[in-house]
Write a protein that binds this ligand. Structure first.
Ligand code: 26V
Length: 836
């Protein structure tokens, strides 16, 4: 009989006292103790016996057990943060693409081996329970995953931090394929609940929308105030963010929308029950679903609601809950910096102004001086269509007071611009936070730039283009405001957990310190010269391929052929990323064999693996997915290739799949048009796992290549200045089509209906886009891409030399740890003191 569990609060208090004495890294448990707690959780929290428990029950009980071990540290950190009141960072992000939590939290608490043994003694395989977790897919892609890496690093560095975001009831859609075409299914990640979240309805905040503004006389001072039209409740859910085996646990606080009682009551009193329920649904829609990027116009209002909802709740939470009651708000910049993850949270700027001026009755100038020190802005794109703008109509209707505040910020700013540059109306129009075309709109990136203490891009090239091409006037006006912080990825999830065999090999060579000091991978350089080490590295890669192969067989019924180079392109589907170029390479190889110009036996065996979701409203991206699947069906079935060329496109690429695919990859495809990919972070994950990159000089590829060396990187394509020059001359894709026989044959084959059962219309929009209308210049880079792929094949034929290069990629990319990114943010932007 398991013992009756102690109340969580009791055990936490005791453990907190114990912590004061014990070193924080003390091993948390014994196998016996773990078994006992696991069974208690199974019995008392799931209400089942071991013998009748389902895999879900066991997964929950295991998660609760891990959670319990972290709890004392978490409560301790929360207490310390309240006590010390040092300057902290609030990361504001509409997306956190967390991935599964169980394995990460086991690793962080140092419990993996104990848990595995404890479960085995109950006849349970830990790996089976790992598979039960549905990953919280609360993000679209790189930007959301970056936020998750950053909060992992801050906890590991011991920097107090709260991540703020939205608890979407439905995360990024689940992708399925029907006849090769993407179909979206709702992602009900909360169907069974999540063992990792702690709801705090008692700490809910009321968030207002709509209504109007009015002025009033406040003892002789004319003031404005907002008279809102409706409210919702923002209920916080807390998640533990444990540092890696350092006894530190930060908090991720995600807000969920709930109808307010007063809202309900008003309608209920009027006797309209149906309307009361409708109102409830209406309010709760706010956190219902993550927008899968490019949204439809009627969806847009809800998106702005989401943005304001979570930043207003976060600011209130910080001012009302985290700060002491009598806090002198003029000291706010000494206590907090709000990092704006792209433009999504930028409405926080007028919100803080509104709170300071309208509610705290501060002078405008004082409030503005404070606000300008409390925000910093990270830009994550250069694509004009991805730079957010909100129509003045919509913003004024939803947040009328905020619109007034934005106008005032803009007036003051443009006055300062005039003072500095004179009445240069062109420049004033260009720099105005309010754009006039096609409709009068608020340019959120400009607002963030004017308000932010610092503005950063996410890779050297991106930051340079941001300053020189996108915001040159602002760079001139605000000297020193712009900076760069190159992105990074967490080595805990993306090396240590995703690649246990490589991790063991590295630890064997260097000791275990590299997990929190990734530059130490440098020491692998000498090992790259050791034939025995190379052989062991090759064995690790082979084992990872077998593991991936088992996953894809089980998940999708796919077979990964032995001896194939795994050539991987996984990322969101977008024309600028150019999945098209990759599939043209496949078609080129295919065509060369079926036309008899190349013998199949001469092909270097390759499997192209794609993983990509397209925004549901993005027709061209969906066409490209269809084409990749169609090419795959034909190529995979054609015996003339003798099984030497395959295309696999597992649906629903997500963090969980990334963790399997990346460690198995030989070749990493990073082939965006130069100047378009802000950074990329997949590129870093592949290099750290010993894949070689074929890539353009774009985003962080530039820095990867500089670090690994030209001889360990397959560079192709135009540079950013060459792209600009060709664009300026006039890009004529047909000239490239005419000039390259392979390109002509590949495009003609697609156009002929060879991949669409003879139907020439299916992929006609793709072909004509490439030939007449392609902003991303696929055809211009085709020849150099194919030529570089020939070099890849030749290099791969010498496996020993390839492995040496792969090891050097691992050894030289320690710079891309998100721990380093976080240190850069601290040094260049946040100026937060070392942790307590
Ligand atoms: C958004 C949209 C929305 C409208 C349709 C087109 C479009 C295209 C791209 C985006 C991306 C917005 C921001 C974003 O996710 N940026 C990504 O941020 C990563 C982390 O910094 C970075 O590695 C990626 O290069 C960058 O694309």
């Amino acid at each position: 009989m398991p013992e009756k569990p102690t109340l969580a609060s009791e055990s936490a208090t005791r453990a907190t006292h114990a912590l004061a004495l014990a070193p924080v890294t003390a091993p948390a448990s014994t196998v016996d103790g773990f078994v006992r707690e696991f069974l208690q959780n199974l019995n008392f929290n799931r209400g089942v016996a071991l013998s009748t428990s389902s895999a879900t029950d066991r997964y929950f009980a295991l998660a609760y057990t891990v959670r319990d071990y972290l709890m004392a540290r978490w409560l301790e950190d929360l207490r310390r943060q309240r006590e010390v009141q040092a300057k902290g960072v609030a990361y504001l992000s509409a997306e956190y693409l967390l991935g599964r939590q169980l394995d990460n939290n086991l690793l962080a608490s140092g419990l993996t081996d104990i848990a595995s043994e404890a479960l085995a003694s109950c006849g349970i395989d830990l790996d089976d329970l790992r598979q039960q977790e549905v990953e919280p897919g609360l993000g679209n892609g790189g930007l959301g995953r970056l936020a998750a890496c950053f909060i992992d690093s801050l906890a590991t560095l011991g920097v107090p931090n709260t991540g703020y975001g939205i608890r979407y009831e439905y995360g990024i859609f689940r992708q399925t394929f029907e006849d090769g075409q993407q179909v979206e299914q709702p992602d009900s990640w909360l169907a069974y609940g999540s063992p990792w979240e702690f709801p705090h309805p008692e700490a809910a905040q009321t968030i207002s929308f709509g209504g109007h503004t009015e002025t009033y006389d406040d003892g002789g001072v004319q003031r404005s105030r907002w008279v809102p039209g409706w409210n919702v409740q923002a209920v916080p859910y807390n998640y533990m963010v444990p540092g890696y085996q350092n006894g530190r646990v930060n908090t991720l606080r995600l807000w969920s929308a709930k109808a307010t009682n007063s809202f309900d009551l008003r309608v209920f009193n009027s006797g309209d029950y149906e309307e009361a329920v409708r109102a409830q649904t209406f309010a709760e829609n706010i956190s219902k679903v993550l927008y899968p990027e490019d949204s439809t116009p009627q969806g847009k209002e809800l998106r702005l609601q989401q943005q304001y909802f979570f930043v207003a709740a976060s600011i209130k939470d910080f001012l009302d809950v985290t700060l002491p009651k009598d806090f002198d708000l003029t000291k706010l910049p000494d206590r907090i910096i709000f990092q704006l993850n792209d433009t999504h949270p930028v409405i926080a700027v007028p919100e803080l102004m509104r709170v300071l001026v309208d509610e705290k009755k501060m002078e405008w100038e004082d409030a503005w001086a404070i606000t300008q020190k409390c925000f910093a802005y990270t830009c994550h794109t250069l694509l004009p269509e991805a730079l957010e703008v909100w129509s003045v109509d919509l913003l004024g209707h939803l947040l009328p007071r905020h619109l007034e505040i934005i106008y005032r910020i803009n007036d003051d700013f443009l006055d300062a611009v005039r003072e500095r540059f004179g009445d240069d109306e062109m420049r004033i129009r260009d720099m105005s936070i309010i754009g006039e075309h096609p409709v009068r709109s608020v340019r959120m990136a400009y607002l963030a730039t004017v308000a932010g203490a610092k503005v950063n891009g996410v890779a050297e090239l991106h930051s340079q283009l941001l300053r020189e091409k996108v915001l040159p006037d602002f760079d001139e006006f605000f000297p020193g405001k712009f900076t760069n912080v190159t992105n990074g990825v967490t080595p805990r999830r993306f090396v240590r957990l995703a690649n246990p065999e490589l991790s063991a090999l590295i630890t064997d060579a260097l000791g275990s310190g590299w997990v929190t000091d990734l530059e130490r991978l440098r020491e692998l350089e000498t090992h790259a010269e050791d034939p025995e080490f190379r052989a062991r590295f090759a064995e690790v890669k082979a084992a990872n391929k077998r593991r991936l192969s088992a996953v894809l067989r089980e998940r999708d019924g796919f077979e990964v052929s032995d001896g194939h180079m795994l050539d991987v392109m996984v990322k969101r589907l977008h024309e600028y990323k150019r999945q098209m170029l990759k599939i043209l390479h496949v078609v080129t190889q295919y065509e060369s064999v079926i036309s008899g110009r190349v013998v199949a036996a001469d092909l270097q065996p390759r499997t192209a693996i794609f993983g990509a979701k397209a925004a549901p409203g993005y027709a061209m991206a969906k066409n490209i997915i269809h084409l990749i699947n169609a090419v795959g069906s034909v190529v995979n079935a054609d015996t003339r290739l003798e099984g030497r060329l395959k295309v696999l496109f597992p649906p629903n690429y997500n963090v969980t799949l990334a963790e399997r695919v990346i460690p198995a990859a030989d070749l990493s495809e990073q082939i965006s048009l130069a100047g378009k990919e802000a950074s990329g972070t997949g590129n870093m994950k592949f290099a750290l796992n010993g894949a070689l990159t074929i890539g353009t000089d774009d985003g962080a590829n530039v820095e990867i290549r500089e670090l690994v060396g030209d001889e360990n990187f397959f560079l192709f394509g135009m540079s950013e200045p060459e792209v600009e020059a060709l664009w300026a001359r006039g890009y004529k894709p047909a000239e490239f089509y005419q000039a390259d026989d392979n390109l002509r044959r590949a495009l003609d084959l697609i156009a002929s209906g060879a991949f669409s059962r003879g139907d020439r219309s299916t992929f006609e929009p793709i072909v004509s886009n490439l030939l007449y209308d392609d902003r991303f210049m696929v055809l211009a880079d085709y020849s150099s891409y194919i030529a570089e792929q020939v070099k890849v094949d030749a290099a791969y034929a010498d496996q020993d030399a390839w492995n040496r290069s792969a090891i050097l990629n691992v050894a030289r990319t320690g710079f891309f740890s998100s721990d380093r990114s976080m240190r850069d943010y601290i040094d260049r932007i946040w100026h937060t003191p070392p942790s307590f």
